[in-house]
Design a protein around this ligand. Sequence first.
Ligand code: PEP
Length: 261
Amino acid sequence: MTWIGTSWKMNKTLAEARAFVDGLVAARSALDGVRAFVIPPHTAIAAVRERLPSDVPLLIGAQNAHWAPAGAYTGEVSMGMIADAGATLVEIGHSERRECFGETDDTVALKVEAAVAAGLTPLLCVGEPAGVRAAGEEIDWVAGQVSRGLSRIAAHDRHRVVVAYEPVWAIGDLGREALPHEIAPVMAMLSARFGPDGEAPFGVAAVLYGGSVNRLNAAALLGVPGTDGLFVGRAAWDVAEFVELVRIGARAGAAGPRDAR
Ligand code: PEP
């Protein structure tokens, strides 16, 4: 099944979060064909959980959590706390966390380990900055980020992890859309080395693509071999747009060979 998800980043009040859920519930049947997820800010996780009818197949995530189970870490929340609020998935190592909040491959690995220990699905975000891409070193860069991110968990736990490839130069308002042929070599490497059908005996659950995805480029990006789904920012914050992306994901899943899994 194709994965389609969005992180709201630092957006949406409780009222806006509930309105998004209501819009999704109104289009509930669209969700059957995909593995959909929404990642609200911490303040709205419980509100989304409470608003969502239990028979609506939507995974709820958190955008970050600390690796320690509890303690004197002002401003942080633990994996157990986000699970308690209703998250089953946690985003780890997004480029904005790495750039603005000092996340390193070491802290990312600690968080992946803590997420798995808490029974959460880590959504491990990786991707090269523009300079690395210009130097033609993106394959090694991204492979290194994934290897280090997974370094603290046992191989047999890798199936609990989802990897999102998000080139930094393609993310956000200042990013530019990646073309399928630009991401294809990286997706092929991720799929072969770490993916669910790859060469390693213990692959991750899925490899997603993210970065300036929208309803116009989604189908083409989903067509890149090795792509199990899309992780979307801005273009999915409006619930109608999210539903449209979900429908595109369902169509791609129904047409593609990975649907057989
Ligand atoms: C992201 O930040 O993970 C992302 C995919 O953002 P956008 O789609 O807005 O580029």
